[in-house]
Write a protein that binds this ligand. Structure first.
Ligand code: ADP
Ligand code: MG
Length: 650
């Protein structure tokens, strides 16, 4: 399954294995060649050692030449090959055959570190790919009293799905009959199984425990959490992260500098310091080896990749490595309210009609529009109107962060927050306003419903409107919200704010309950963006956590955009840099912790890498470093920092 989704991966998967096998064979041939040389079988040595060169160096040479020919750039791979061949040439010429061994050692260690890097990469991909393997092609469905196996993409809403104990849940659905414990580790990163009973939601890709379940499909399979995440990962993998591009750029420039300096070092010293030609060439070659920035390169990517893999295991999806580093530096966080700090499982708790209307009128008018809406408020209103008869509106337009407009039986209807709706109304009664006020102080979200006075066939909002009534909705604050915020403070976040399109009073009531520093309410999408910019002036690295379409501009502007994977709209998921797969706010602190550790490890690695390079360069210049020592120091430091990066897997 995973391979079907990833036609390009099979090739890469085998390539990593090939690299490891090539490194092993290279080592073997080198060892045999070394023995042969020591025992005096020169002919054998001259057969075995070049074979080691070819097997160990083939991949690097190929990559190096491709870069040279296609992009007219020098890269480190090619430098290594040149240095190794140079050493071999010098060895043959001076009949100092140990130099051929030196070159082979260089190639071997290079091959090993290449394979190790591939391994780190593969670990990451594997943990992301394991997600894909949790998706299933078919589900067992009961139709007309008979069980059938149906392809997932041919399931219909309302289908009843049977899942036996020990099977994977095929798609997100609601439990209709039965109860069970489910292992949701793959989705939420939580290792303990959770109990689920009738009426609760189960997720595709989670493992059913002891109970047989009958499920009811309540949303299209393609919008299941895991499918959305897979789409995201695919998209993320087609774009090279900027950090990687930067590193590759840097590598090329650096390689060019080294070649130029290397050429000077190979030519000038005999004239300046009266060095012998052979010493000069030898030192120039050693210079090529030790100055190559392999360890510097390996200081960053394997570390970040390990961190990404670790995050994926815990339900945190980083879209690239740069984000992992950045999230560790966050000093201020902005949270959206509805769907982010609250569960977004909104319920209608009160409907109040204007004097000339009934409660049913209010709900019917609102539901006619909201049946076209993806917004949690919309879903709640449609749910509350499920016993009433109404026709869906036409020409419906959602206005993110404000409301929704449309035509019902040639009459314009608007539903939305007070500020938005009240600009168009004439008959605002004090009684309704007082009622709204009281509800908002209780932390409820109040949505106003108004109807146009004239018949229209387009939505223009030019007429004046009459208030039909208002709908009060209650949303639960996520149980972990207060704790998650306290934890973030402990990690050194200086400012935590709330950005919401909802009313100020409602927002204050939620903010107080969970310990938010500052509330910005009644915001339009572009206002959210503006607040983020403002925060960035003061705190530099600012994270935004959100779920809605109205959060997308702010998510894009923030240094780190974090989207709720389950509650989130597709736009938010696409815009964000990090996705919390199970909407768990406490994972933000986990992500920050990972980011901080990544920073520390990267810094340590860079220090290690630079000290080795400087030490070896100085040693080489003073004549204390021969090629094997240079190779061991250089490649050893590369392997060291690579392994150090893998610490972040734990
Ligand atoms: P946030 O997620 O920023 O807290 P929302 O996306 O809930 O804000 O939008 C802010 C406000 O806009 C809501 O509280 C509501 O009053 C109004 N609103 C937005 N979309 C709708 C909709 N589809 N139906 C009714 N009201 C809406
Ligand atoms: Mg929201």
């Amino acid at each position: 399954m995973a391979l079907m989704l990833y036609p390009g991966r099979l090739h890469q998967f085998t390539k990593e294995h090939m690299d490891a096998v090539a490194a092993i064979f290279c080592g073997l041939l080198l060892f045999l060649g070394w023995i042969a040389l020591h025992l005096g079988f020169l002919g054998w040595a001259l057969l075995l050692l070049p074979a080691a060169y070819i097997i160990g160096g083939y991949e690097s040479a190929r990559e190096g030449f491709t870069t040279l020919v296609k992009e007219r750039e020098l890269d480190v791979d090619l430098l290594m090959i040149v240095a190794a061949l140079g050493a071999a040439g010098l060895g043959l010429w001076r009949k100092e055959y140990y130099l051929i061994i030196d070159g082979a050692v260089l190639i071997l260690i290079f091959a090993i570190s290449g394979a190790l890097e591939g391994y780190a990469m593969q670990r990451t991909e594997r943990s992301i790919r394991s997600l894909m393997s949790l998706t299933q092609d078919t589900a067992r469905v009961v139709r007309q009293g008979r069980e059938e196996i149906v392809l997932i993409n041919q399931l219909q809403l309302g289908d009843e799905i049977i899942v036996k104990p020990g099977e994977l849940i095929p798609t997100d659905a609601i439990i209709l009959e039965g109860y069970s414990s489910l292992n949701q580790a793959a989705i939420t990163g939580e290792s303990l199984p959770v109990e689920r009973k009738v009426g609760e939601e189960v997720f595709a890709g989670t493992l059913n425990g002891y109970g047989a379940l009958k499920l009811k499909l309540h949303q299209p399979p393609e919008s299941s959490l895991i499918q959305r995440v897979i789409r995201l990962v695919k998209q993320a993998q087609t774009e090279a992260p900027p950090s990687q591009e930067f590193i590759e750029q840097f590598e090329r420039r650096y390689a060019q500098v080294i070649v130029v300096v290397g050429i000077f070092l190979a030519i000038l010293p005999p004239f300046i310091w009266n060095w012998e030609w052979e010493t000069t060439i030898y030192r120039a070659l050693t210079f090529l080896v030790v100055a190559s920035p392999c360890a510097l390169m390996a200081a960053i990517m394997p570390t970040l990749l390990s961190g990404i893999a670790n995050g994926a295991k815990q339900g945190i999806l980083f879209k690239n490595g740069a984000q992992l580093e950045r999230v560790g530096k966050v000093r201020a966080i902005a949270f959206d309210k509805t769907g982010t700090l609250t569960t977004g499982q909104v319920e209608v708790c009160q409907v109040i009609a204007s004097s000339e209307y009934t409660q049913a009128d209010v709900l019917k008018a609102a539901a006619a529009l909201e049946s076209r809406s993806e917004h949690p408020i919309g879903k709640a209103i449609v749910q509350a109107a499920s016993d009433l008869e109404y026709k869906s509106a036409v020409e419906v337009q959602a206005i993110p962060g404000q409301g929704i407009v449309g035509l019902v039986k040639q009459q314009q209807v608007i539903v939305g927050n007070a500020e938005f709706v009240q600009q168009y109304v004439t008959n605002l009664s004090v009684k309704l306003q007082d009622a709204a006020h009281t509800l908002q102080q209780e932390g409820k979200t109040v949505v106003w419903v108004a109807r146009g006075e004239e018949d229209k066939d387009i939505v223009s909002l030019s007429t004046s409107f009459n208030i039909v009534g208002l709908v009060a909705l209650a949303d639960k604050i996520r149980p972990e919200a207060a704790k998650a915020i306290a934890h973030l403070r402990k990690l050194g976040v200086e400012q935590i704010v709330m950005l919401t399109g909802d009313n100020q009073q409602t927002a204050n009531s939620v903010a107080q309950a969970i310990g938010i520093d500052q509330v910005y309410a009644e915001l339009l999408p572009e206002d959210k963006l503006r607040v983020i910019r403002h925060l960035q002036k003061e705190y530099e690295t600012v994270a935004m956590v959100g779920d809605g379409i109205n959060d997308a501009p702010a998510l894009a502007q923030a240094s780190v955009g974090i989207a709720m994977g389950k509650a989130g709209s597709d736009v938010a998921l696409e815009t964000a840099d990090i996705v919390l797969m199970a909407d768990k706010l406490e994972k933000i602190a986990v992500a920050m912790g990972l980011g901080k550790r990544a920073q520390v490890i990267v810094k340590q690695n860079i220090v290690i890498a630079l000290s080795f390079i400087v030490l070896l360069l100085v040693g080489n210049f003073l004549g204390n470093v021969n090629l094997p020592l240079g190779v061991v120091g250089h490649e050893g430091s590369t392997v060291l920092v690579t392994l150090s990066g893998l610490r972040l897997l734990k």
